[in-house]
Design a protein around this ligand. Structure first.
Ligand code: HEC
Ligand code: HEC
Length: 246
């Protein structure tokens, strides 16, 4: 008992993303059916063809905006996002059961159906290489120290909220790549639309989607967040000026 408490305390203090992820995965992984499970813990860097991706992206930009800078704030920006994360999401949509909640409400399973593995690599490389633009609706000035920023940087140990930056990077630019290949799929969050971020966090909290190893990690994180915390952290992230993430 004493040792377990000590260990928990130490985990809380050092909060290494790998330790948190392992813990959360161990809690959640028991529900995963092996055939349906997308293990993102070992991913290869994406080497797509940007020009081929641009040609394929014509249909995507109708929703995701010019060069992947979505105008509609419930549609995610893709510009400057990690290629490995984009590829992982496309692969998830392609193989998802479109009748399940979350997927049933998303246009993406249908969009991804028609894509080959090469298309997904090329599209991921294309959108990752695009310049992220400020949102027309966001303030795009870094707000001062707010509840959202505190949650992002420090979490809230009293409520079990881990610091987001441990996994999503000190500047919300995506996971620390130097720390290992699994972090390639930890997405950038800075400058993303707040309504999209809030919807994703609420979905994770409700257990959706539930297919990739990262979903289990984020479900564990999101269950610690109340609505107010979701709004606060989403608003803070959305107002961060875009920066090229690689
Ligand atoms: C009809 C509108 C529409 C079209 C066309 C569309 N998307 Fe999407 N896409 C969405 C919406 C809405 C979401 C967010 C909802 C969700 O999570 O499924 C999304 C989510 C995504 C995501 C996940 C982003 C993230 O941050 O997790 C990726 C990647 C993506 N789309 C890529 C594409 C690509 C590539 C194409 C073209 C082949 C495309 N989309 C076409 C509407 C669209
Ligand atoms: C232990 C690591 C870890 C921590 C801590 C963590 N995340 Fe995540 N997060 C991930 C991973 C991995 C994914 C990618 C899941 C996937 O592939 O769909 C993700 C995805 C997300 C997404 C979806 C992004 C998109 O473009 O759709 C949001 C939003 C998010 N995290 C917000 C947060 C917030 C806010 C916090 C802090 C309260 C946080 N995360 C803490 C690992 C983490």
């Amino acid at each position: 008992m004493k040792t377990a408490a000590k260990r928990a305390h130490r985990l809380d203090r050092t909060a290494s993303p790998r330790a948190i992820a392992t813990l959360l995965l161990a809690c959640a992984g028991a529900n995963a059916s092996a055939a349906d499970f997308l293990d993102q813990r070992r991913v290869e860097p994406i080497q797509g063809d940007v020009a081929a991706g641009a040609a394929k992206a014509v249909v995507c930009v109708a929703c995701h905006g010019p060069n992947g800078n979505a105008i509609v704030p419930t549609f995610p920006k893709l510009a400057g996002q990690r290629a490995e994360y984009l590829h992982s999401r496309l692969s998830e949509y392609k193989h998802a059961d479109a009748k399940l909640p979350y997927y049933a409400a998303s246009p993406m399973p249908v969009q991804a159906q028609a894509l080959s593995e090469a298309d997904m690599h090329n599209l991921a490389a294309y959108f990752a290489a695009q310049k992220p633009m400020p949102s027309p609706t966001a303030a795009n000035t870094p707000p001062g120290e707010t509840r959202g920023e505190r949650l992002y940087r420090e979490g809230d140990s009293a409520r079990g909220i881990p610091p987001c930056q441990g996994c999503h990077g000190a500047n919300a630019e995506g996971g620390p790549v130097a720390a290992g290949d699994q972090y390639l799929v930890y997405p950038a969050l800075r400058g993303q639309h707040a309504p999209y971020l809030s919807a994703r966090l609420s979905n994770y909290r409700a257990g959706w989607p539930y297919r990739a190893s990262g979903d289990y990690i984020m479900a564990g994180v999101a269950r610690t967040l109340d609505d107010e915390s979701i709004q606060a952290v989403a608003a803070w992230l959305a107002a961060l000026p875009p920066q090229e993430q690689h």
